[in-house]
Design a binder for this molecule. Structure first.
Ligand SMILES: Cc1cc2nc3c(=O)[nH]c(=O)nc-3n(C[C@H](O)[C@H](O)[C@H](O)COP(=O)(O)O)c2cc1C
Length: 175
């Protein structure tokens, strides 16, 4: 049996999970409601990126007992552009730190682009972004990575990079 699990704070990762659910007929569930991940043999996890962490991912995969019997697909949702290899390398490095070796080695990783509306952010996230922005602005031009430039360009705005076509490679992988 297959399951789509999502970790989403403001709804973007949830939108991707629900669209994937419609396209495939597989049930999508919030990671907070996921009780028995071990009863599924294909687990698709769609999680939003927060300061490098994938929301809910660690908690979900820590519960898995036998990884080898499962197919694991992880898709991150973030603002950093996944067409830039330095961004995806950073995300992969962060995922590796958050998972056990056997889960990481078994996982097929995909990258989706999300959205942000600064006017909707909670105080904690607003403060975090303000600190990151101030730090980013102080960097010299040659020190600014693609991720840093994306943060500067989108700071304070409402931007939406959601692209449901980016789900197609995930659907292919699930077959
Ligand atoms: C405090 C904060 C930290 C973030 N950190 C990252 C990050 O490390 N990498 C990234 O690509 N996007 C980052 N983002 C952007 C979110 O991943 C993006 O807005 C995503 O679409 C949120 O998903 P959600 O709506 O499902 O919560 C961050 C956003 C906030 C507010």
């Amino acid at each position: 049996m297959k399951i789509i699990i999502y970790g989403s704070q403001y709804g973007t990762a949830k939108e991707y999970a629900q669209e994937l659910s419609i396209k495939t007929g597989i049930k999508a569930m919030d990671y907070r409601d996921m009780l028995d991940v071990n009863s599924y043999d294909v687990v698709i996890y769609i999680g939003a990126l927060y300061a490098g962490g994938v929301l809910g991912m660690k908690r979900t995969f820590n519960k898995i007992t036998d990884v080898t019997a499962k197919k694991i697909i992880i898709a991150t949702v973030g603002l950093a552009n996944p067409c830039d290899k330095s961004n995806t390398d950073t995300i992969k490095k962060n995922i590796k730190r958050q998972l056990s070796d056997d889960v990481y080695e078994n996982a097929h990783i995909h990258f989706l682009r999300g959205a942000i509306d600064y006017s909707k952010l909670g105080l904690k996230h607003k403060t975090m972004m303000a600190l990151l922005y101030r730090k980013a602005k102080r960097l010299k031009d040659d020190e600014k990575t693609a991720e840093v430039n994306a943060l500067i360009e989108t700071y304070g705005k409402k931007v939406n990079f959601i692209d449901f076509d980016a789900l197609n490679p995930i659907i292919d992988e699930m077959e």
